[in-house]
Design a protein around this ligand. Structure first.
Ligand code: FES
Length: 165
């Protein structure tokens, strides 16, 4: 869901200033920020730069380097479709297409209601049960087209019979 930055501005300040203004705490600040906001708001990164004295460009490139961080708001339910070799062979591209058909989102996007976001990852370390996807921390093995629709429905997604939400 979209985060109102004004509502959490003070919280962001508290999160960041809970740490000493030293470079070695930057990742911890980002982790806390990601946990609370579900993404890294630009205002938060600017405050980290201000607090630690590290250039904003450096903070920004750190934030983009780690896949765990998102610079845009993620949905309440973050769908990670594995597109590593084993999952790709087993049809992950079809799953990614079907998420688009069902929810209208491509990797890196979030549904307008803020419920779902989609990202692709390289390998979830579960190749034996490919194709695999995760919703937040829950892993789903051997996902089929119909299985995907059931998963989306289980999280409150409205999927019509033709696969469109
Ligand atoms: S390639 Fe998908 S879990 Fe390894």
């Amino acid at each position: 869901m979209a985060v109102d930055i004004n509502q959490i501005q003070e919280k962001i300040h508290v999160i960041i200033y809970a740490y000493p203004g030293e470079k070695r705490y930057i990742l911890a600040m980002m982790q806390d920020l990601q946990k609370i906001c579900n993404y890294l708001p630009r205002e938060g990164l600017e405050l980290i730069a201000e607090h630690t004295g590290v250039a904003f460009s450096e903070i920004y490139s750190l934030a983009t380097f780690y896949k765990a961080f998102s610079l845009v708001p993620r949905g309440k339910y973050n769908i990670k479709v594995c597109d590593g070799t084993a999952c790709h062979i087993k049809g992950s591209a079809v799953i990614i297409d079907q998420v688009f058909n069902s929810l209208g989102i491509k990797p890196g996007e979030t549904t307008e209601d803020g419920l779902f976001s989609l990202e692709t990852v390289n390998c979830l370390g579960a190749c034996a049960i490919a194709p695999v996807l995760m919703v937040n921390e829950k892993i789903y093995p051997k996902v089929s087209s119909s299985g995907l629709l059931d998963i989306i429905k289980a999280y409150g997604g409205h999927v019509h019979e033709d696969g469109k939400s």
